[in-house]
Design a protein around this ligand. Structure first.
Ligand SMILES: NC(=O)c1ccc[n+]([C@@H]2O[C@H](COP(=O)([O-])OP(=O)(O)OC[C@H]3O[C@@H](n4cnc5c(N)ncnc54)[C@H](O)[C@@H]3O)[C@@H](O)[C@H]2O)c1
Ligand SMILES: *[C@@H]1O[C@H](CO)[C@@H](O)[C@H](O)[C@H]1NC(C)=O
Length: 306
């Protein structure tokens, strides 16, 4: 049996651009209204807001609203949920899609700035108590906090709901270029699997899409590194990811902690144990080898300033 998103209401973070924006657009096309939480809207997101104005011009027409949100702020996340519930009568679908790919200002290889590490580009603070990394705050802590807020809402009202997380093949592969990013996605996948029983116990469906690389803005937060690592990369289309995310929402058999991998031309559910690797060539970033050599050369010769 397929569920329908028509007439429903979704909360999507990170939809100012990229994959989450494309998913928000798809939901609207299917008749589902959307609240977008992001730091800012890109040009395409601005256009989407104009296409589906709120309040809608006709009855039963979906609409989209933007609520400026930094997902690393828990008060701002609470305000985002409050705004969604003040705008629409129900909240049915939650997508914590905001993400960072180890930008220079929060990268394992750019440790927090200290007296012995004066040139680091990091904006993570060496003196912060508790210590934290922005990449983990955005990619892991915010999705966990959003899940808590959503589950609180649904269980108190005895309602059903659906959370689609945005994981990655980085949730089960490993990569020295961006250990924080990989750690965030491994953590997210473990979180999603841990909530898998909620589907059959409570009717709350939790799942995660795990795409390979797609050519979005996330790769260009460090333009120097992008030039080095992206040459020859095999890209997935954003449409393929969006299709898989919609399936996670509407297909009954998903939502019990499902990790749905998306690589060019195919999807598969990744089992918890004894999972096969992605098909040969499905995740292909041939320039990564040269990047590693340079990284390890620098670590051997200069060491890591901390
Ligand atoms: N592009 C890929 O290759 C790829 C592959 C697998 C998974 N993903 C995941 O997809 C998700 C979306 O990434 P994308 O590729 O669309 O990149 P993107 O950069 O186009 O979109 C990410 C969005 O998150 C927003 N964001 C970042 N920090 C934020 C914060 N503190 N508060 C609110 N919003 C914030 C950005 O403004 C941006 O609009 C991420 O979780 C990413 O890890 C991407
Ligand atoms: C999830 O449910 C499907 C069928 O709906 C089942 O095949 C699968 O084993 C379940 N997965 C887990 C982790 O329970």
């Amino acid at each position: 049996m397929a569920l329908s998103v028509e007439g429903k209401h979704a909360l999507v973070t990170g939809a100012g651009s990229g994959i989450s924006l494309a998913f928000a657009r798809r939901l609207l096309q299917e008749g589902c209204s959307v609240v977008i939480g992001d730091l800012k809207l890109g040009v395409e997101a601005e256009a989407l807001l104009k296409s589906y104005p709120h309040p809608p011009t006709a009855r039963d027409t979906p609409s989209v609203v933007f609520h400026e949100t930094d997902v690393t702020s828990w008060p701002q996340l609470a305000s985002l949920f409050a705004a969604a519930l003040a705008t629409f009568p129900t909240l049915d679908i939650v997508v914590p899609g905001a993400g960072l790919y180890d930008p220079p200002w929060s990268s394992f290889w750019q440790p927090p700035h200290t007296a012995t590490n004066p040139d680091s580009a990091s904006r993570d603070r060496a003196d912060s108590e508790p210590g934290h990394y922005a990449v983990l705050d955005v990619n892991l802590v915010a999705p966990i906090r959003m899940s808590q807020l959503a589950i609180g809402h649904w269980t108190k009202r005895k309602e059903r709901g659906c959370i689609v997380h945005v994981g990655s093949v980085a949730g089960y592969l490993a990569e020295a270029a961006s250990p924080l990013y990989f750690a965030s996605k491994h953590g997210l996948h473990g979180f999603v699997r841990s909530l898998g029983d909620m589907r059959d116990e409570l009717g709350i469906r939790v799942s995660c899409v795990a795409p390979g690389p797609a050519n979005t803005g996330i790769w260009y937060q460090d333009p120097g590194r992008a030039d080095e690592i992206l040459q020859g990369c095999k890209w997935l289309t954003v449409e393929e990811i969006v299709h898989a995310m919609l399936e996670l929402v509407i297909k009954d058999e998903y939502g019990n902690g499902t990790i749905l991998e998306v690589t060019p031309g195919e999807t598969r559910v990744v089992p918890m144990f004894n999972a096969q690797p992605p098909k040969p060539g499905a995740v292909h970033m041939p320039a990564m080898g040269a990047f590693h050599e340079k990284l390890f050369h620098d670590l051997r010769t200069k060491g890591l300033g901390v």
